[in-house]
Design a binder for this molecule. Structure first.
Ligand SMILES: [Zn+2]
Length: 212
């Protein structure tokens, strides 16, 4: 792991300390007691104990975050994963975010702080997450791909991931994911395939494919 990706965070968020590395994971531990501001939803106070598990292959794999003093009740309404970690977004969105900017400071401010802001409002007002709900589990995963690929059903998503995971020459003659029954390279939808190939590499799409 490139520790420069973490150093800026540790300087800026003095509440956090690095723990010894266990099981190929570096743990950052800290009590985050701060005021968070949002232009539309106002200022709130947060007070959480966080354990941030950063895998040694970060940023290839995303961090996993736990709240350790029980301040966030373990329920789907709070977007807590079955393993008790915070649901910070779909694997695809996290992957793309980290690829664009692998600095942990950026991840913290784009994923973790917005989650903490939203869950705090949800706990206080019980009205759901203010920035919209992330879908969960397998359905959520498909919906997210569907949305991202501009497709309408899971079998189209499956075909699209198959195309993106295959070598170009072979992929280009595969059946188009949009259900037009043409070869993908002969459909207007091919434009989106080309765009997605710029977002992640073939190997990275293949990993996403294995998630479904
Ligand atoms: Zn098509």
């Amino acid at each position: 792991m490139n520790f420069n990706l973490i150093n800026k965070f540790l300087t800026q968020y003095g509440e956090f300390r690095m723990q010894p590395i266990v099981n190929n994971t570096m743990i950052l531990k800290g009590n985050l007691c701060r005021q968070l501001r949002h232009d539309s939803f106002g200022t709130i106070n947060i007070d959480y104990s966080l354990l941030i598990h950063i895998p040694l292959n970060y940023p290839e794999n995303p961090p996993i975050v736990f709240e350790s003093k029980g301040a966030i009740h373990n329920s789907p309404a709070n977007h807590i994963n079955p393993d008790g970690s915070l649901c910070l977004g779909s694997p695809l969105r996290l992957k793309i975010l980290l690829k664009r900017n692998p600095d942990f400071n950026h991840f913290f401010e784009k994923c973790i702080l917005p989650y903490l802001y939203a869950v705090t409002i949800n706990i206080k007002e019980k009205g759901g997450f203010p920035f919209g709900e992330l879908a969960h589990g397998a359905t959520g995963l498909f919906l997210d791909f569907q949305d991202f690929f501009h497709l309408k059903n899971p079998s189209q998503v499956y075909q699209m991931l198959k195309v993106l995971s295959s070598k170009r020459k072979l992929a280009n003659i595969m059946v188009c994911p949009c259900s037009c029954k043409k070869r993908v390279s002969q459909c207007d939808y091919f434009e989106r395939v080309l765009r997605m190939r710029k977002v992640l590499t073939r190997a990275e799409w293949e990993k996403q494919f294995h998630l479904i």
